[in-house]
Design a protein around this ligand. Structure first.
Ligand SMILES: [Zn+2]
Length: 114
């Protein structure tokens, strides 16, 4: 797949990278149809987020279609159209059941095509 990769402050490049694969039973792979760059990406590009290492794929907010799910995924099916939010609920923790969206980072950073 084609991805925008971070390569240090002020350096980025479009690259061909391997397609995503299911790594954990709770994973889902989404074919991205639309994505955006948000303020967090701009801070990363400036070098303000040292936790983000060179080679990280940028873009973590998107619209797309589920193409594959892990064995533990019960709320999605291939073909479902989804919004990938930068803040994603795990759907299981107490705060998730109360509709709080910050209980767990379910979307892996750098996985624009999760
Ligand atoms: Zn964001």
């Amino acid at each position: 797949m084609n991805a925008l990769a971070y390569h240090g402050p002020g350096r980025r490049a479009w690259e061909d990278v391997p397609d995503s694969t299911i790594k954990e039973p709770s994973d889902a792979i989404v074919r991205i149809e639309s994505s955006t760059i948000c303020g967090t990406d701009l801070h990363i590009l400036k070098g303000d987020v040292p936790e983000v290492t060179p080679g990280t794929i940028l873009g973590h907010e998107a619209l797309g279609t589920v193409v594959e799910i892990g064995g533990a995924v019960t709320t999605l099916e291939p073909g479902d159209r989804v919004l990938v939010s930068c803040i994603t609920s795990c759907g299981r923790a107490g705060s998730a059941r109360r509709a709080a969206m910050d209980c767990a980072p379910a979307a892996e950073a750098g996985s624009s095509a999760i």
